[in-house]
Design a binder for this molecule. Structure first.
Ligand SMILES: O=C1O[C@H](COP(=O)(O)O)[C@@H](O)[C@H](O)[C@H]1O
Length: 240
């Protein structure tokens, strides 16, 4: 059973990032009050990385016992470590470097150079996820591309329908870089809470199409088992 989508509109992109950061930190605290660990999936993208920077700046971050928090990614660009396109590198600079988070709690997707192919990196990530007990993620954040993609699941691309493994390799991505690793849709939808975060006029049409349920768009197909939140700014909400 999937909960209905809730849409929360903030004034601008900065407010989306600040409010999402505060919400995330409170959610992690609440989770750790009744479970031994919290599993959180972070996202790349403009507002995704701004949200991580807002977490780093928040006084609420000091109230969390980070040794019980595990960080995962929804997708990654299959380029070498140190490439500016790496979602994990951007997250490292924006947030992870400033947290007392044990290295073994940071579950990065593999890079070109570490693995021969994106398939190998996807398989290794699936194994890492299984070794962790295949957790239902407590919070899974997703940016939304102007084409309606989430993670590295693109509209009209075969990866959207992939089943049988928690992860997949993506080739010929319409957005560069072309080779990527992604969580599969069915893994995303096992999360307790899925939060789609988007800001800006360029996202207005696609936000409206997703919220109308246009299932050609990956953004319309994601949902958490407990809660699905769309955290957007006024500009991205103009066509709803
Ligand atoms: O390529 C990607 O793009 C999306 C959205 O990016 P945005 O800059 O339009 O917000 C992001 O969520 C995804 O993780 C990333 O790999």
């Amino acid at each position: 059973m999937t909960a209905a989508r809730e849409v929360i509109v903030y004034a601008d992109a900065e407010a989306v990032a600040d409010a999402t950061a505060a919400r995330l930190l409170l959610r992690i605290g609440d989770t750790l009050a009744h479970r031994e660990r919290a599993d959180v999936v972070v996202t790349g993208g403009t507002v995704g990385i701004a949200t991580l920077a807002a977490v780093a700046a928040s006084p609420l971050a000091t109230a969390i016992d980070w040794t019980d928090v595990h960080v995962w990614w929804g997708d990654e660009r299959f380029v070498p470590v140190g490439d500016a396109d790496r979602n994990e590198g951007q997250a490292q600079s924006a947030l992870l470097a400033s947290l007392p988070l044990p290295e073994e709690n940071i579950h990065r997707m593999g890079a070109e150079g570490q693995f021969a192919t994106a398939e190998d990196a996807a398989t290794a990530y699936a194994r890492e996820y299984a070794d962790a007990g295949s957790p239902a993620f407590d919070v899974l954040m997703l940016g939304l591309g102007p084409d309606g993609h989430v993670a590295s699941l693109f509209p009209g691309h075969p990866g959207l329908a992939a089943t049988g493994s928690p992860t997949l390799a993506v080739h010929d991505s319409p957005k560069p870089p072309p080779t990527r690793v992604s969580l599969a849709l069915e893994t995303i939808n096992r999360a307790r809470e899925v939060w789609v975060i988007a800001a800006g006029e360029a996202k207005a049409d696609v936000v409206a199409r997703c919220l109308r349920g246009d299932l050609e768009l990956p953004g319309a197909a994601v949902a958490g088992s407990d809660r699905t939140l769309w955290l957007i700014d006024a500009a991205a909400a103009t066509s709803i």
